[in-house]
Design a protein around this ligand. Structure first.
Ligand code: BGC
Length: 368
């Protein structure tokens, strides 16, 4: 009997030991050096970033974890808190809403974490250390220049669309585009088809943030393909035949470009349209090959990932990351590393995206 009891005690002790060991290895295993928070899985752009991060992280000596905020600032804050609990030293974050993210990164700074804004700036807070970004003014300028280069004659109806007003990039894209378009509106090449606010402001090439906000407020897609589609439908329903025929469309990114393009393509009074985009999403590359979207701005996410991880590793190694300039976030000048962008259309899609190894030819049909 005693022997049996002893055996049982041993068994219980063994089980307890096992439990403690599991507990230990669990908390040890979940320690994370670099936390990465991306805005949503609903857009291919950010799923692409996740994949490129995963590819880059294979060779990293530091542990990382990627979380998605699914278009919610509350979820984003929870994600940051979860990562702080895992002891992160560096936070790489693309805010869903640039201003609302301030409280999440302030919480991170309080824990001594270095904050890197990734692609989108976090505004009106001093709790951002670094910013890795593409040249977003150049993105907008390239979109606009494409429309200018392809406009024939004068009085071409110009449909304007913008990103979400909660995203600082939407302002940069539109500002870059407006600087190029404005003189071509004034000289009569284009006539604005869908924005009374843009019409009111067409006299000035340089718009203040408030003025940009007025136009963006009117033509925002909220980075949502459905909202873009509904807006385009409303605009075409309201437009007379003088605003149809051969038209130009400034669409802010690929997701919205495809849905706007579909609406314009299905209107029999639209003869031809040029529509812009950005991100080189696979579905848009297929649209470009098929002649349904005119161009995209290719932002090589591999470079952005490399820069962000390079910065994180420098910080973890106790070094100062390299930067190339700075961005005013409304509160401080945030040190930044910026990357150039490439215009892609039917002419160079193969050389830029396939021959360069970014995508596989087999992912597309009709590629020449
Ligand atoms: C990014 C774009 C993206 C858009 C919508 C912007 O901040 O720079 O690449 O298409 O957000 O997610």
């Amino acid at each position: 009997m005693i022997k049996k009891f002893k055996g049982l005690t041993f068994l219980i002790m063994l089980m307890m030991f096992a439990l403690v060991a599991v507990g230990c290895s669990d908390s040890g295993g979940s320690k994370v050096d670099v936390g990465i928070v991306l805005p949503t899985k609903d857009e291919p752009r950010w799923v692409q970033d996740e994949q490129r991060f995963k590819d880059a992280l294979k060779s990293s000596k530091y542990s990382t974890e990627i979380l998605f905020s699914q278009g919610s600032s509350a979820k984003e804050k929870e994600n940051v808190e979860a990562l702080l609990n895992k002891g992160i030293k560096v936070l790489i974050i693309t805010p869903h809403d640039g201003a609302a993210a301030a409280s999440a990164v302030e919480a991170a700074k309080k824990e001594g974490v270095t904050v890197i804004a990734y692609d989108r700036l976090i505004t009106d807070t001093d709790a951002v250390d670094y910013y890795v970004t593409f040249d977003s003014l150049a993105v907008g300028a390239a979109q606009a220049q494409y429309l200018v280069d392809n406009a024939k004659g004068s009085g071409v109806p110009l449909y304007l669309y913008a990103g979400a007003a909660s995203d600082n990039n939407a302002f940069l894209f539109f500002e870059g585009a407006w600087k190029v378009l404005q003189s071509k509106i004034v000289d009569g090449t284009f006539k604005i088809a869908n924005s009374s606010e843009a019409e009111k402001l067409k006299g000035s090439a340089d718009l203040s943030r408030d003025q940009l906000g007025k136009i963006i407020g009117q033509v925002t897609t909220n980075w949502d393909a459905n909202e873009a589609k509904n807006k385009a439908q409303t605009h075409l329903t309201a437009a007379g035949n003088d605003l149809k025929g051969d038209v130009a469309i400034l669409a802010p990114n690929d997701g919205t470009a495809r849905s706007i393009a579909d609406v314009f393509a299905s209107d029999s009074a639209i003869k031809t349209y040029f529509v812009t985009g950005q991100d080189a999403e696979k579905a848009s590359i297929q649209y470009i090959i098929d002649g349904k979207q005119s161009m995209t701005v290719f932002k090589d996410v591999r470079t952005l990932v490399k820069d962000a991880m390079g910065m994180a590793v420098s910080i973890l190694d106790g070094k100062t990351p390299e930067t190339t300039g700075s961005y005013d976030n409304g509160s401080i000048e945030v040190k930044a590393k910026q990357t150039n962008v490439i215009v892609v259309d039917k002419e160079n899609v193969k050389s830029e995206l396939i021959d360069s190894g970014y995508y596989e030819a087999s992912e597309f049909t009709g590629l020449k």
